[in-house]
Design a protein around this ligand. Structure first.
Ligand code: NAP
Ligand code: G4F
Length: 338
């Protein structure tokens, strides 16, 4: 029997990779797309003839109920979100509405429509741990979110568990640590770096302006993480799972790795806001600090422990950090336009 999946956030990084994966498994794939005056479907160009797109928005409850009633999916993957942590400080109310209440709208629609046999995946995030005192972080670590985004995602996390307990829904939280790819949004730090490196490779005289270089993240590849999402939905019982690589690196290390791919060695000079990343060979200033990119509250270090996912789902990441950086820089060099 062909399974039918509905993906909210299908136009995003993970949405595109997940749609690709589900099509390869012969799913009938539906995706919610929000109205935009510009093209927000670029990541789906290669799939557009194989998927069904439906206009919708996580902020609109009636629209969600009608969409679920029409599609009648076997599996729902809720990936839609205002996903930028920095922006959530500027738009806390919008972020809470979409990333928090959006999940409630979906689960309430499922309850109203009596969709007891539909499985539900929630894109939870390592941001819910905030600056938790534990390391590495697993499913039992304390939650201390330190951004409006993290707080909204924590509301969504508990809503999923509440609907599982109260109404016996198959609903899981994938607590995913940072995952990147050539399809990562340009405003996230990894892609911002790889795009700038590609520009410099092609002769651009730009300087890469960044905020906190000391923050550490557990970076994996999005392709590995969407495989984990699907695995969580194939179990007999729903659960909550951390997906992470178990390795952590600073933003500074990511910069060094990305420049190393084009044979540039970075030397760091100066301190805090005056720190600069210099091309060791030529003396050119390639990286500078712009305090506008500092956040009102920073999550300093993330490193996850995915033992539960490994034991119960058989999941482990397959793409290494160096291969991730290489793929991203190579892609941005190829698609670079002045
Ligand atoms: P992304 O590239 O920013 O994609 C977000 C998606 O949500 C886009 O399709 C976006 O549509 C859609 N969206 C935004 N507001 C919406 C609304 N009001 N109604 C319906 N859809 C809306 O994010 P991603 O990296 O793929 O992440 C996917 C999910 O995983 C998100 O929920 C994110 O918070 C979560 N997550 C991501 C990571 C990570 O490292 N990538 C880690 C943990 C959790 P437009 O294209 O129109 O903007
Ligand atoms: O790339 P980022 O914006 O990712 P962040 O904040 O870790 O959030 C991502 O991962 C979460 C999972 O942990 C997801 F839930 C979330 O949706 C998103 O995908 O920033 C990473 C680090 C931060 O510490 C930030 O302060 O990089 C630092 N940074 C330094 N300069 C910068 C910049 N971040 C951005 N976006 N832009 C800068 O110029």
């Amino acid at each position: 029997m062909t399974k039918r999946a509905l993906i909210t956030g299908i136009t995003g990084q993970d949405g595109a990779y997940l749609a690709e994966l589900l099509l390869s498994k012969n799913y009938d794939v539906y995706g919610m797309v929000r109205r935009s005056s510009t093209n927000n479907k670029e990541r789906l160009n290669h799939l557009k003839n194989d998927i069904h797109l439906i206009d919708g928005d996580l902020a609109d409850g009636g629209n969600i109920t009608r969409m679920l009633n029409t599609v009648q999916p076997d599996e729902i993957y809720n990936l839609g979100a205002q996903s930028h942590v920095g922006s959530s400080f500027d738009m806390p109310e919008f972020t809470a509405n979409v990333d928090g209440l959006g999940i409630l709208r979906l689960l309430e629609s499922m309850r109203t429509l009596d969709m007891q046999d539909t499985k539900f995946y929630q894109a939870s995030s390592s941001e819910i741990f905030g600056n938790s005192p534990e390391t590495p972080l697993n499913e039992t670590s304390p939650f201390l979110p330190c951004s409006p985004y993290g707080v909204a995602k924590l509301y969504a996390y508990w809503t999923v568990i509440n609907y599982r307990q109260a109404y016996d829904f198959y609903a899981c939280n994938g607590i995913l640590f940072n995952h990147e790819s050539p399809m990562r949004g340009a405003e996230f730090v990894t892609r911002k770096i790889t795009k700038a490196v590609a520009g410099i490779y092609h002769g651009s005289k730009e300087t890469l302006k960044l905020g906190n270089l000391n923050a550490k993240r557990d970076w994996g590849h999005a392709r590995d993480y969407v495989r984990g999402m699907w695995m969580m939905m194939q179990m007999d019982q729903a659960g909550d799972y951390v997906l992470a690589t178990g390795e952590t690196r600073s933003v500074r290390k990511f910069i060094e790795a990305a420049f190393a791919y084009i044979d540039i060695q970075i030397e760091w000079q100066g301190e805090s806001e005056n720190e600069k990343g210099i091309n060791k060979k030529t003396g050119d200033i390639l990286v500078e600090i712009d305090p506008n990119f500092y956040r009102p509250n920073e999550l300093h270090c993330l490193v996850g422990d995915a033992k539960k996912a490994n034991k119960k789902l058989g999941w482990s990441p397959e793409i290494s950090f160096n291969d991730l950086v290489a793929e991203m820089v190579a892609h941005d060099i190829e698609v670079y336009q002045k």
